[in-house]
Design a binder for this molecule. Sequence first.
Ligand SMILES: N[C@@H](CCC(=O)N[C@@H](CS)C(=O)NCC(=O)O)C(=O)O
Length: 213
Amino acid sequence: MQVYFAPLACSAATRIALYEAQAGAEAEFIYVDIHTRPGERLLADGSDFHAINPMGQVPAIRTRNGEIITENPVVLQYVADQYPQAHLAPAGGMERYRLQQWLNFIATELHKATYIPLLDRHSPDGAKAFARQKLALRFGYLSQQLTGQDYLLGYFTVADAYLMTVLNWSPYAGIELREWPQLQAYAQALKQRPSVARALAEEMAAYSAEMSR
Ligand SMILES: N[C@@H](CCC(=O)N[C@@H](CS)C(=O)NCC(=O)O)C(=O)O
């Protein structure tokens, strides 16, 4: 499997999932520059990533059969399904819908509606205020879900890989996680998990290298 990623972007969730499944060595991680050349999406060989994902967004994966899959909730479920022994996603039934519920919540309500306007240097103050005003309801709901259990579904799944990736942006988005003790405790505990610690350390090193170029 090839994984198109950008350092510290939402594609880090795929790296966490692969490390959790002890399958990092089976994946080829391909760097996409989404940070340093606005408007362009170049690969290291100078080719245009839009030819792979017309949206120019990470993550994208190429399966062993050559299929390209995009959209984080789908990419993560694909990875989970490749390594069923790692139990990164329920196989089916209501539990699978619960996983999809959380993946979509993270993608739409947190990642896109809340964090992106706060992270993007070009988003206007009005957009930032609009996003910030959404935070309390969303983080309150998450805190409730994480009260009395360590993971969104009660055990580690790809939804936790995605949530951790997004919460990790909090300092850069001006979000004080300490105002939500359950979320802060969740993030602190997950950062100790070997797959998460390794993935985030590697992503941070790649980000620092990118910024120093
Ligand atoms: N809908 C996409 C969004 C992915 C996305 O926003 N990726 C960001 C990185 S976290 C990106 O590639 N941004 C560059 C861009 O939007 O041009 C998904 O769920 O995978």
